[in-house]
Ligand binder design. Structure first.
Ligand code: NAP
Length: 246
């Protein structure tokens, strides 16, 4: 239990990759703020977290709402007096070809995936700066590194998130805060299970390791970035993609 007694906020962790991150960090002794806009999903994950012997706090704050996020941070500080780790995981897709993409599709994705991460990072920055310690880990995507047809909005949001990671890392490094991103490739979660077989197959052709990733593949790297062995790593993007980008 390398991180015993620490506190993590994980956004959008009612399922998929975020849930796996919550459970992996809980196994390291971290108390978890289980954030998701769906109360039932968050409560289920909080129950699983508590079974691992740590405490959980359920928050249904939307990452797009500054006041709700600030309330979530205030509740965590009231309960534990510290926030060591923020994982900006909440994200959505609203795919479509560029020429047909609506303003609404663009705005929804940028609002949650990029502005939401900014709002959460700003909200935890002050307590982390005061403590002179923090780990911020952003869940980007290979789409933000190499772009993806049909995902102009999503690719732009994740590319922006990578730039936000680097700016945050530079700005907060002097206060003992590390900020890194991971860029998952094709991971089996509710987000990808809707994809038609031909689209899945075309993704598989791009993956040298010839399999989809799992939420656990991503969570393991996030735990590493949150832990003491990653203390000299900041401003980096780690691809978790079976070799898709190299
Ligand atoms: P997921 O299961 O859909 O998880 C995303 C979670 O975020 C959902 O529970 C979602 O709730 C929640 N959420 C949506 N809007 C929110 C808001 N405003 N505030 C708080 N939470 C909100 O998808 P996932 O695959 O685990 O994705 C997790 C992250 O990994 C995302 O950032 C995604 O872009 C990234 N990623 C995924 C893959 C992949 O292959 N799966 C690859 C690269 C990157 P609802 O279910 O109600 O929308």
């Amino acid at each position: 239990m390398k991180l015993n007694g620490q506190v993590a906020i994980i956004t959008g962790c009612g399922g998929g990759i975020g849930r796996a991150i919550a459970l992996h960090l809980a196994r390291e002794g971290v108390n978890i703020v289980v954030n998701d806009i769906v109360q039932e999903a968050a409560a289920d994950v909080a129950g699983e977290v508590e079974k691992l012997g740590v405490e959980a706090l359920v928050s249904t704050a939307s990452v797009t709402q500054r006041e709700q996020v600030e309330e979530m941070v205030a509740q965590a500080l009231e309960q534990w007096g510290r926030i060591d780790i923020l994982v900006n995981n909440a994200g959505i897709t609203r795919d479509g070809l560029l020429v047909r993409m609506t303003d609404e599709q663009w705005d929804a994705v940028l609002d949650i995936n990029l502005k939401g991460a900014f709002i959460c990072t700003r909200a935890v920055a002050r307590p982390m700066m005061k403590a002179r310690y923090g780990r911020i880990i952003n869940i980007a995507s290979v789409a933000g590194v190499m772009g993806n047809a049909g995902q102009a909005n999503y690719s732009a949001s994740k590319g922006g998130l990578i730039a936000l990671t680097k700016a945050t890392a530079k700005e907060l490094a002097g206060r003992g805060i590390n900020c890194n991103a991971v860029a998952p490739g094709f991971i089996e979660t509710p987000m990808t299970e809707q994809l038609p077989p031909d689209v899945r197959e075309s993704w598989m052709q791009l993956i040298p390791l010839r399999r989809a990733g799992t939420a656990d593949d991503v969570a393991g790297v996030v735990v590493f970035l949150a832990g003491p062995q990653a203390s000299y790593i900041t401003g980096q993007v780690i691809n978790i993609d079976g070799g898709m980008i190299m």
